[in-house]
Design a protein. Structure first.
Ligand code: DGL
Length: 276
């Protein structure tokens, strides 16, 4: 099957990476809207326009299903494109439900990080009303992390200072929070830093597995269980031919080796952070 996966930028690669682990035999089209990143600080109307254009593009490429690998785009535009187009369109929302379930016996709170748009949208408010009856979740905007990620700045003192400053506004530590929900796909790249700053006893929860599992269910595909397997990406061909993937940036196919090398580096980073 041909699956389209898109995001405003490189965040969506975390979902593609999970797909490589769980559904390695499918064909993928990955689309990063690099011309318009970041989405998380734009207006709802602008984001709806971008998403509509990408979905139409992917349908022209004859995909069987689309994954919106972006919490922000899902929260403002998923309902609209589902209504308009006749193919499975899966979205992502912050994994608050698994976080609440996994920490049911824990008195500590849950910290949900996302973009400003995701945090102010009704979709998250409704989700919290449904699954967080005990009001355990605190919300935190992290818009700068999207920019750090796009600059490949995953481990600098500047990014550490930013995360520290944001966390300290809530007095965050692993004494206070049992779980940290990564409600934006760009946030995956910084997993080691959250642990370093909060402490080891906060569990990190992203929506990547849940999203790919859902895709498998909807499309009738068998999910592989390969938790311990590490994929080694050596050269650009590994992420193109090796996993049957075509990469696009805002409508332009990426064939240049230097540009593909960036995706290779990002996927290698994502392999590394899977362990956290
Ligand atoms: N990666 C996107 C998300 O999951 C949004 C990042 C952005 O463009 O602001 O929310």
């Amino acid at each position: 099957m041909r699956i389209g996966i898109f995001d405003s930028g490189i965040g969506g690669l975390s979902v593609l990476n999970e797909a490589y682990h769980r559904l390695p035999d499918q064909e993928y089209i990955f689309y990063a809207d690099t011309r318009h990143v970041p989405y998380g600080t734009k207006s709802e109307e602008e984001i709806r326009g971008y998403v509509d254009e990408i979905v139409r593009f992917l349908i022209e490429k004859k995909v069987d299903a689309i994954v919106i690998a972006c919490n922000t785009a899902t929260s403002v535009a998923a309902a609209m494109v589902r209504e308009k187009y006749d193919l499975p369109i899966l979205g992502m929302e912050p994994a608050v439900k698994p976080a609440i379930e996994e920490t049911a016996d824990d008195d500590r709170r849950i910290l949900v990080m996302a973009t400003p748009v995701t945090i102010r949208e009704k979709k998250l408010e409704n989700l919290l009303l449904r699954v967080d009856q005990q009001h355990k979740a605190d919300l935190l905007e992290m818009p700068e992390l999207v920019k750090f990620a796009e600059r490949e700045e995953f481990d600098s003192e500047n990014v550490r200072d930013y995360i520290r400053k944001q966390f300290s506004s809530l007095g965050a530590s692993d004494e206070k929070y049992s779980a940290l929900v990564l409600g934006c796909t760009h946030f995956n790249y910084f997993k080691p830093l959250y642990k370093e700053i909060l402490g080891e006893k906060t569990h990190l929860i992203d929506g990547n597995y849940g999203t790919i599992h859902h895709l498998g269910d909807v499309m009738g595909l068998d999910i592989k269980n390969d938790d311990d397997k590490e994929i080694i990406f050596n050269q650009p061909q590994d992420i193109v031919v090796g996993f049957n993937t075509t990469y696009y940036e805002s409508g332009d196919e990426i064939t240049d080796i230097n540009r593909l090398s960036k995706y290779l580096r990002m996927l290698s980073r994502l392999e590394f952070v899977r362990k956290f």
